[in-house]
Design a protein around this ligand. Structure first.
Ligand code: FPP
Ligand code: MG
Length: 345
């Protein structure tokens, strides 16, 4: 039996140095003159985070260097660091803004910026990070990468607005859910994987394969996030659990249950739809509704079904890497897929 190594730190060991340098660079390079902003940014970046998006950029770059026989190049490596910083800055800024929108008080096990500093200062802190990402983009001197990340920003905003439009709606539409998940999450994963390739002069089939990897990894990541919202607790997650129901968002487990009941048990379909509708009107407490919803989800066995649904995406991501020669970096890219599916946070 092959024992899978699913400890994130071990998976990322081949790029440990890159990630350590990244931590220093993020904090050193982002240097506002106002004292509060300095404090907020260092609090936010020191509060943890898995650094998965920058890790993807480093791993893809190093796996390709190995596979294509590129020799290390300082100028190129400096640019890979800029890309890694850009994806982490955009990700972090979007979370700071998201927590304001969701009025959330907990992130990565700590008090959110909005809770501690208020919404006004938090909006501007997020904007400052986006602006820093734009400065890094200009330093890359590479228009295709500017386009990649500018489109990600558009996708993030578009995805967020879609969530508003479907708030407390009980329509179930897998395509819509997948599209929304692409916009709010997978597009940044895809960009983190894809951007380094713009500096490497590779053929279109390589560009395509790496995009497929990033996109499917990102989709699987978001789907797992949506499952964890139901199946994990707030202490492990470091953020409030059951938040999607509270925010009126229908995600994978509920979609699977609705589809299953629609085809097999119309009475339960009606009960679940009614419970979801009740979330929006506030007659019963969300906690009470959530536990009734969870019972229905379990009766449709949505959790094993969700994992099966997610597996299609991780398999697709994995086979897109077939073209790469074996290396410790390629292994990590593959193990990352297993990690994101079994993670608890
Ligand atoms: C987390 O969603 C949020 C995102 C993945 C992106 C949110 C995007 C924005 C707020 C727009 C960003 C703004 C600009 C200017 C680009 P979630 O609430 O489902 O996840 P959570 O449970 O971690 O809070
Ligand atoms: Mg949120």
């Amino acid at each position: 039996v092959q024992i899978k190594e699913l400890n994130l730190q071990k998976i990322l060991a081949p790029i440990e140095k890159d990630l350590e340098t990244l931590e220093k660079r993020i904090l050193e390079n982002i240097s506002p003159s106002s004292r509060s902003l300095n404090k907020i940014l260092s609090e936010v970046f020191k509060s943890g985070g898995k650094r998965i998006r920058p890790a993807i950029s480093f791993l893809v770059y190093r796996a390709l260097c190995f596979s294509e026989g590129f020799s290390p190049d300082r100028d190129l490596e400096e640019k890979i660091f800029l890309i890694a910083e850009i994806s982490e800055l955009i990700h972090t800024a979007s979370l700071v803004h998201d927590d304001i929108i969701d009025n959330s008080n907990l992130r990565r096990g700590k008090e959110t910026t909005n809770n501690k500093w208020g919404n006004a200062i938090s909006v501007i802190s997020g904007d400052f990070m986006f602006a820093k990402a734009a400065v890094n983009l200009s330093l890359l001197d590479c228009n295709p990468i500017v386009k990649i990340f500018a489109e990600v920003l558009q996708n993030l905003c578009d995805g967020e607005i879609h969530q508003f439009e479907k708030q407390f709606s009980v329509e179930f539409d897998f395509d819509y859910y997948i599209q929304k998940s692409y916009k709010k999450t997978a597009s940044l994963f895809e960009a983190s994987a894809r951007a380094p390739l713009e500096l490497m002069d590779l053929d279109t089939s390589t560009l395509h394969s790496i995009s497929v990897y990033g996109k499917n990894l990102g989709l699987a990541f978001q789907f797992v996030d949506d499952v964890l919202d139901f199946s994990s607790d707030s202490l492990t997650l470091g953020k409030p659990s059951f938040s999607d129901l509270k925010e009126g968002q229908i995600t994978l487990p509920v979609l699977i249950a609705l589809e299953f009941f629609y085809e097999n048990d119309l009475a339960k379909f009606k009960s679940l739809s009614q419970l979801l509708k009740n979330l929006g009107v506030g007659t019963k407490s969300t906690q009470e509704l959530s536990s009734e919803i969870l019972d229905l989800l379990n009766s449709a066995e949505v959790f094993p079904k969700s994992m099966k649904f997610i597996q299609d995406y991780t398999e697709k991501a994995k086979s897109s890497l077939d073209f790469l020669e074996s290396s410790i970096y390629k292994n990590s890219l593959i193990n990352l897929l297993d990690f994101i599916t079994v993670r608890k946070f």
